[in-house]
Design a protein around this ligand. Structure first.
Ligand SMILES: [Zn+2]
Ligand SMILES: [Zn+2]
Length: 269
């Protein structure tokens, strides 16, 4: 079966959670405990003023009491704003394949879903209260269509191939929240922004509104977290100019590429 799991940003910091735990997340699912199965496709839906589908993935762990999940470190308990985690509530583990937190990044806004003939009558649109929504096959197909994805957005559970991983990597790096936090922390520490590989300082070349756009945030260790879900911290991220970032991702040897380029530029200084 296909699902939408909804969350309310006023009660739980969804954006932070999806940005930082890009591999495995847990969602509160106190309904349909018997029906949710490994392999089921899931869309994560953010409620509130900026509502819509913001992530997609597959169930990898069936509803389990919070105190017994396989990876409690990925529960993100500290991100509850209004509620608290109860150890006996049920959590479903989801392997995410894509996160899009804003319309810029390609989330499917509620207003768009509402205009879709098939989705207009789905319960997430008509009766949007609750956490777990079952989607019919037609509704799921319509939502996938709106999401739009050139490659399989639902890789088989546990199997994330290289291309998929790279997409996830970029999506996480683009995630507005992490990017913003990293850039402001970097600026605080160093006084200004510059590329950590080549030293490029955009403010010297571009007018202010464009300068910040010249930087991308790179996850230093994209594949290391494969075995266990690890929270992304700002120290895991590097600030790079777009050119260097592209070079780092020239092939799958991301870590080696980074080191090689950094060494090269350091020797020229
Ligand atoms: Zn650079
Ligand atoms: Zn990167």
């Amino acid at each position: 079966m296909a699902w939408i799991f909804q969350g309310n940003p006023n009660r739980f910091d969804i954006d932070d959670y999806l940005s930082r735990y890009s591999q495995l997340i847990y969602w509160r699912t106190n309904r349909y405990i018997k029906e949710i199965s490994v392999g089921d496709p899931v869309f994560i839906w953010r409620a509130g003023s900026d509502a819509g589908a913001v992530a997609v993935g597959r169930v990898v762990e069936e509803p389990t009491q919070a105190q017994e999940v396989k990876h409690p470190e990925a529960l993100g308990d500290d991100l509850w704003v209004a509620d608290e985690l109860s150890p006996t509530e049920f959590k479903t583990g989801i392997q995410l394949s894509e996160v899009r937190l804003s319309t810029d990044e390609g989330m499917v806004a509620r207003s768009i879903a509402k205009d879709d003939v098939t989705l207009a009558s789905s319960t997430i649109i008509t009766v949007p209260s609750g956490t777990v929504f079952h989607l019919s096959d037609d509704e799921m197909a319509a939502l996938i269509h709106l999401w739009g994805a050139p490659i399989d957005i639902f890789p088989a559970a546990g199997v994330v191939e290289g291309k998929q991983q790279l997409r996830a990597h970029y999506a996480r790096e683009r995630s507005s929240r992490l990017r913003r936090d990293k850039l402001s922390a970097f600026r605080k520490e160093h006084g200004s922004l510059f590329c950590e590989i080549c030293g490029f300082s955009a403010s010297a070349h571009h007018p202010k509104p464009f300068a910040e756009r010249a930087y991308e945030v790179h996850h230093r260790n994209p594949l290391a977290a494969a075995a266990t879900p690890v929270r992304t911290t700002l120290n895991d991220l590097a600030v790079l100019c777009a050119n260097c970032h592209r070079a780092v991702h020239a092939n799958s040897h991301v870590i080696e590429n980074y080191e090689e380029l950094a060494k090269l530029y350091a020797s020229r200084r």
